[in-house]
Design a protein. Structure first.
Length: 165
């Protein structure tokens, strides 16, 4: 129907600034579109991949039909081990929040499992984080608080596989 226009390589930094801005405005669809434009001209741009992943997870709780599968594919393209572990934690944490918001049978147990997985990813990220970066600790604590505030618990017979590997 339409042929998308390509942005100039020299405009990538400005485009990514704009994507970050749209995420702050709670417009993840706009941020996602910008990141896809950047990745069209620079397929390995790590900032675009990470921002795209976060924009996708921003939409988990909004019933857009966006799921962990697309996020997992993006995770595999993130080269930095710390960023990959930290972002995997974000994916799991946001899946948990979406599941809590949806409610229904088993939602509290599902949310617990997602949060537990997120905390494991944040611990991995914490072990390899850059100096003076406590982001994984902050996120781990946020997950722990969600579990405690909502009295979440694992299923009685927890023999399940992790949600995100």
């Amino acid at each position: 129907m339409f042929e998308l226009k390509k942005i100039h390589k020299d405009a990538i930094a400005q485009a990514l600034d704009r994507a970050h801005f749209y995420r702050l405005l709670n417009e993840p669809g706009a941020a996602e579109s910008i990141c896809l434009d950047v990745l069209d001209v620079d397929p390995e741009n790590q900032d675009a991949l990470i921002t795209l992943l976060k924009a996708i997870t921003d939409r988990f709780d909004k019933s857009y039909g966006v799921g962990a599968t697309q996020a997992k594919e993006l995770l595999s393209r993130i080269k930095d081990e710390y960023q990959r572990a930290y972002c995997a934690g974000i994916v799991c944490e946001r899946q948990a929040k979406a599941r809590l918001q949806q409610g229904g049978p088993g939602s509290s147990h599902d949310a617990y499992e997602w949060l537990h997985d997120a905390m494991q990813w944040y611990e991995k990220a914490e072990a390899i984080r850059p100096a003076d970066n406590d982001d994984p600790i902050l996120r781990w604590n946020a997950c722990a608080r969600i579990i405690m505030r909502n009295n979440l618990a694992p299923r009685a017979a927890d023999a399940s596989e992790p949600y995100l590997e």
